[in-house]
Design a protein around this ligand. Structure first.
Ligand code: 13P
Ligand code: SF4
Length: 314
């Protein structure tokens, strides 16, 4: 099937089945173009909580589908590729995290939404990069906190808030591999460019940045800025929405150290294709299934995150 035919069949299936397609900003442009909703991790969770569709096709990675299913168990949640995992979520196995939590019983457990449902079941409050700083700041100053799994985001929050959260030693393979030397060289080439970076990047990269924020915050910064050139240190899929909404501005993807693709694409995110979106919608598989006993535990930190975010106006 060619692209035009695929898109028309996807639209027809969506109507027939009362389905909605949600996509993360790191998806291939062809998927962002057909999505009913695109957003960062927080926005996708918020949207999953309020959609009236019967089927959610979550184009992102596995934990995003899981989050949607935790919040909306009565809906069918489909994902285009069951192998679309996340190196950050993988860096935090539930059994090891449980030992870490048990070793610090007087601590509140905050974990990034990039975790499995089993890790969420051990968590008090989930956060995303959009609300992490505000949620940590909303807790009493002397509260003892465990933060997992991203050590870079954890260090960044500690430095901004003056907290001393205990950090899990995990990281994202995409955000960890930006090259400081190559960013510096790029900046020499584009002296007027603003360097904008996701807090999952290493602190050395963040120290070069003019602005640090979640995927959605980087987008908003670029849209509102009077500057017209940006070196973007996050997954390069966000450049699609940046270019679409900021015509006339220039976006340059920050270069990684050696990587197999020489790019800053998340290999998991990019497993999803238009063909797989069509196929999962047509066959209603693969779908996310979570045992109810696990779901009731794992949804609690997500619900708490959504409630606090709502109170904070995020
Ligand atoms: P946000 O969507 O919260 O910015 O997270 C980035 C990310 O790595 C998602 O996988
Ligand atoms: Fe996970 Fe990193 Fe890919 Fe996001 S970009 S899904 S954190 S591996």
């Amino acid at each position: 099937m060619d692209k035009i035919q695929l898109v028309s069949e996807i639209n027809e299936l969506k109507q027939q089945k009362n389905a909605v397609i949600m996509a993360h900003y790191y998806q291939d442009s062809s998927i962002q173009e057909i999505a009913d909703f695109i957003g960062d991790s927080l926005a996708l969770a918020q949207q999953a909580a309020k959609t009236t569709a019967d089927i959610i096709v979550l184009c992102g990675v596995h934990f995003m589908g899981e989050t949607a299913k935790l919040i909306s168990p009565e809906k069918k949640v489909l994902i285009p590729d069951v192998n679309a995992g996340c190196s950050l979520a993988d860096s935090c196995p539930a059994d090891a995290f449980e030992q870490f939590v048990k070793a610090h019983p007087d601590h509140t457990v905050i974990s990034y939404v990039n975790t499995t449902a089993a890790v969420k079941a051990l968590t008090d409050i989930s956060v995303t990069s959009t609300n992490a700083v505000a949620i940590v700041q909303s807790l009493p100053k002397d509260e003892k906190i465990i933060f997992g799994p991203d050590r870079n985001l954890g260090n960044y929050i500690n430095s901004l808030t003056g907290r001393n959260m205990l950090l899990w030693d995990g990281a994202c393979h995409v955000h960890e591999q930006f090259s400081i030397e190559r960013i510096v060289r790029l900046k020499e080439q584009y002296p007027n460019a603003k360097i904008i970076a996701h807090p999952e990047c290493k602190s050395a990269v963040l120290s070069l940045a003019d602005f640090i924020g979640s995927t959605a915050s980087l987008l908003r910064y670029a849209q509102r800025s009077d500057f017209s050139e940006f070196i973007v240190a996050t997954e390069s899929g966000i450049l699609h929405e940046m270019k679409r909404t900021c015509p006339g501005k220039t976006f340059i993807p920050a270069p990684p150290n050696d990587s197999t693709c020489g790019c800053s694409e998340c290999s998991f995110m990019r497993l999803n294709t238009l063909e797989k979106v069509w196929s999962c919608l047509k066959n209603e598989t693969p779908s996310i299934e979570i045992p109810e006993e696990l779901r009731v535990k794992a949804v609690k930190p997500i619900q708490r995150m959504l409630d606090i975010s709502h109170q904070l106006g995020l």
